[in-house]
Every structure is written in structure tokens, then in C-alpha cells.
Design a binder for this molecule. Structure first.
Ligand code: SF4
Length: 364
């Protein structure tokens, strides 16, 4: 049986960023300990139930760094004892403001973590402050430097596009900062204004028109490539061999188990999740979310990758060639430079990535 991926959600943040609708809140020391113990118990229970091995563990949030290195390594230890984790990619997300001197990078590294994803977002302090981030560009440099000194050789930085006060020049500065800090991987997402966030109140003022968004996205893709980061997914860029193994599981339609509040899973053909609720997580309430693994779902996920939907992988998964109907529908968008089709694969172009949701819906 294939190895699965494990995702653990840590729902604590010191303060709330203005654009954020992730499930996270302030937590006391006691609440963090209680939550960690529940995560570890859940990992052990799922381990004995599934009897599977995992080769990726991703601790995201929220701000995993906020619970401290000791609790994080206890989670990695529970995951190891439940799911083996041999030769695994083990990632923790960190916020630069929670990675100050009190954060023990060495302990995290010794506890088996080998990849960090640091929420940089921008290298410009005015933009960071407008986003409600509690760190500066200097804090990002300090976090990366401390992580490197502790032996982390795989560091990803998050970058946000189309944020308030950002200009093409300031975006280039942020991208160059990623390279200057030696990032191995960059995730560059366009700001999405979600209902219920403070930014939603200002959405008309903050939302860039389509042309401006296109320009920013293209600029980011080109600059990142020029600096040696190859695009492998709509929003993800990596130096050779530093692609996120965990996130690739999602886009390849592989199985994963999510532990904690608001965590989703796909296992044995079924999708299920825990609600955005501490009580339900502590009570072990699981919500079914239908079946997974259909041809349409696989195509939808694979078209997010620059490699696209390949005949080779489709055959390996479903035992047949990609059905012609998908080729026929995809070919209608070739003249607009949104899609490329050949005998080996169907893939979206960079221009196609910008309208991926509607384009993929048309194809499937
Ligand atoms: S640090 Fe991340 S999870 Fe926490 S509030 Fe900000 S964006 Fe949301």
C-alpha cells in the first residue's frame, strides 16, 4: 500500500491577520497542552486503526510555532510511532514573530523536522503592517538565519501577491528578498478577500482588477523563474528537488489523514473532516464529505500542476488512456493560449492558471 501524508492543524495564533479566515485563535499554555495531547492521542488511535505508513508530516495552522518546539516534537514523535515516517518530509509552519530567540530551532531539528514553511508574505514593512502581520522584514531574516544555523536545509517562504500598498517594484523587492535569504521554495498566492475578515469591509477598495492581478502574477512567475525557482504548481515554485512532497500528495490525488480542528482527510476512497470546533475535535466527531478519487477529481487536481494531466500517470491510476472527451474540451482553449494538448498530456499554460477554476470546470 502507498504511503499516506499526515496533516496536523494547530489552531492558535497570537493575533489575527486582517485577511485571515483560517480556524485559529489565542490560546493559553494550558489550552495548547490540552490540544497537543489530544492530537497525539488521535495520531496513535488512527495509527492502530489504519496500520499504514506515512512519508510526509505537515504541521500547519494557525501558527504551529506558537505552541513551542517541545510540543511540536511530541507530535512528530507520536506520528512516528503511529505511522513510521521513515525517510519522511517533516514540515512545520512558522510565523517569523513566533520564531524569535525563545523559539528552539535546534530542538525542532533534533526532533526530526527537516523542512520549515515560514509565513513571510512581504519584505516591505508597510505592507506587513497593513496585512496585520506582527513581524517585520528583519524578523524574517532572523528566523531564516536561526533556522539555517540549526541545520534546516529546506526552507519555504510564503509570499502574497496583490496586497494593499504593493506595487510592481515592491513585489520585486519581496521576491528578491526570498532569493537573498536563500529560500529553497516559495509559495506565492494572490490575496483572496474572504467574507467575515476585516479586509472584507474594504473589499471594493482592496480588490485589484483582473488586468492588474494578471500583471502581478506574471511578474512574480517570471522573476521567480529568473532567480532559479521553477514553477511546479499554480502558486508554488522550487529549487530543483525541493518541491513540497506533502502538498504534491494533494495535487496527485494521493491519500492523507488530517488531525485536529478543521483538518480534512482523504482515505480509502472517502473524504471526511473535523469541524472548526475544539469541542468536536475533543469529542472525536468526524463529518463525512462524500467519496473521493473520481476521474474528474483527479483531473481537477492534476491540472494545477505545470506537468499537467499526463497519459503516463492517468494510465497508471485508472488503467486506460485519458478519455478523448477531455482532450476535445481542452483543445477548445488552445487558440487562446490557455491550454496545451499533445499525445503525452493536457496542461494549462501560465495564462490558463490565472483562470484555472473556470477553465478546469469547462474541461471536466
Ligand atoms: S498567522 Fe496565519 S493563521 Fe494566524 S492569523 Fe495570520 S494568516 Fe491567519
Amino acid at each position: 500500500m502507498n504511503n499516506i501524508g499526515i496533516y496536523v492543524h494547530i489552531p492558535f495564533c497570537v493575533s489575527k491577520c486582517r485577511y485571515c479566515d483560517f480556524f485559529s485563535q489565542n490560546g493559553t499554555d494550558e489550552e495548547m497542552s490540552r490540544y497537543t495531547a489530544a492530537v497525539n492521542k488521535s495520531l496513535i488511535e488512527w495509527g492502530s486503526k489504519l496500520m499504514r505508513s506515512a512519508d510526509t508530516l505537515y504541521i500547519g495552522g494557525g501558527t504551529p510555532g506558537a505552541i513551542g518546539a517541545e510540543r511540536l516534537i511530541s507530535i512528530a514523535a507520536a506520528a512516528r510511532s503511529a505511522f513510521n515516517l521513515r525517510n519522511a518530509e517533516i514540515t512545520a509552519e512558522l510565523n517569523p514573530s513566533s520564531a524569535d530567540n525563545s523559539f528552539n530551532f535546534e530542538l525542532l531539528r533534533r526532533g526530526g523536522f527537516n523542512r520549515l514553511s515560514i509565513g513571510m508574505q512581504s519584505a516591505n514593512d508597510n505592507e506587513l503592517s497593513r496585512l496585520g502581520r506582527t513581524h517585520t522584514a528583519d524578523d524574517i531574516r532572523t528566523a531564516v538565519r536561526r533556522a539555517r544555523a540549526a541545520g534546516f536545509e529546506n526552507i519555504s517562504l510564503d509570499l502574497m501577491l496583490c496586497i494593499p500598498e504593493q506595487t510592481n517594484e515592491s513585489l520585486i523587492r519581496s521576491i528578491e528578498y526570498c532569493a537573498e535569504l536563500g529560500a529553497d521554495h516559495v509559495s506565492a498566492y494572490i490575496l483572496k478577500i474572504e467574507e467575515g475578515t476585516p479586509f472584507y469591509e474594504e473589499r471594493e477598495l482592496l480588490t485589484l482588477d483582473e488586468d492588474a492581478q494578471t500583471e502581478r502574477y506574471m511578474l512574480a512567475c517570471e522573476r521567480l523563474e529568473k532567480l532559479g525557482y521553477s514553477q511546479y504548481e499554480i502558486s508554488n515554485f522550487a529549487r530543483r528537488g525541493k518541491e513540497s512532497r506533502h502538498n504534491l500528495k494533494y495535487w496527485n490525488g494521493d491519500e492523507y489523514l488530517g488531525i485536529g480542528c478543521a483538518a480534512h482527510s482523504y482515505l480509502n476512497g472517502k473524504r471526511f473532516y473535523t469541524a472548526r470546533s475544539f469541542e468536536e475535535f475533543y469529542d472525536g466527531v468526524i463529518h463525512e464529505d462524500g467519496s473521493g478519487g473520481s476521474v474528474e477529481e483527479y483531473i481537477m487536481l492534476r491540472l494545477r500542476l505545470t506537468e499537467g494531466l499526463t497519459q503516463r500517470d492517468f494510465r497508471a491510476r485508472f488503467g486506460t488512456d485519458i478519455p478523448d472527451e477531455y482532450y476535445q474540451r481542452a483543445k477548445r482553449f488552445e487558440d487562446n493560449d490557455l491550454v496545451v494538448c499533445n499525445t503525452e498530456a493536457i496542461r494549462l499554460t501560465r495564462k490558463g492558471f490565472l483562470v484555472s477554476n473556470s477553465l478546469i470546470a469547462e474541461i471536466i
